[in-house]
Design a binder for this molecule. Sequence first.
Ligand SMILES: [Zn+2]
Ligand SMILES: [Zn+2]
Length: 280
Amino acid sequence: MVSDAKPAVIVTGDVHQCDSTVIREQRFYDGNETSAAKSYAEILGKYGLKGTLFYTGRCFRDEINDVQAVAGMEHIEIGGHTYNCYKPRIVYKVWRRLTGYTNGPRILQEWDIRRTLQAAQAAGIKITTWRNHAYVEDANTLDLLLKFGITHVSNEVGPYAGIKRKVIGDRDLISVGINVWPDHDHMVHGDLKLEAGVSRRLVRNRFPNNVFQPLDWLEQVVQDINVRLSQGRHAVLLVHPGCMMTLGGMWLFELLCQKIAHLPTAGISEIRSDEGPVSE
Ligand SMILES: [Zn+2]
Ligand SMILES: [Zn+2]
């Protein structure tokens, strides 16, 4: 376990089931996100780096072979990422219209978390870390995650997102905020073009609207990492296996790993200390 006194690079990625109605980017490459995640995990291992991958519950149910291959790697942590990306869509859409919240009624959100954890458990995988699809959480989310034994959540996104201990009643969990430009919203790939990018950013993402060409995005990410570490903070990345694969293979991810190979990395659950307030 790393000491929290030593800032580390936290590499994370989200992995969705093969379902063209959820993630249309899978049409840009052969295979699916779980197979891309396997290549991603192998590349991390090749450079001696640790990573955390958040899978949807349906990956544990429907694509377990590729997930198992990654779960068997010591340098990778496996977390949950909702069961089915807020589907059936009509149920969540109606709830959003009525309340303004994306995660559905509490009972549905509870079912979603339970079902994801059960699907993982059936595959012999214990989950204690979580990121909601599209980073969305509501007033029920953290309370429910605590109820299911989740110790680390990663739903904050922005340059000033940090590591926070969040207290709910008499319990607490660690929130690990993404504080380096995430790829999906800010890097030209798949359907995201340079000129069309301004409105693409997910609603809870606090980074500016910039969109970069892949190599420029990489340069920005490396620069962010150096800044965060020099501030004595952890650098928390979101780099999706699927987004990387749309670039015609994992070459950009491999380049990133080469550039950070000399730096300390950690899995999300190794993070223990609140960083305190980070000024904006
Ligand atoms: Zn997602
Ligand atoms: Zn993407």
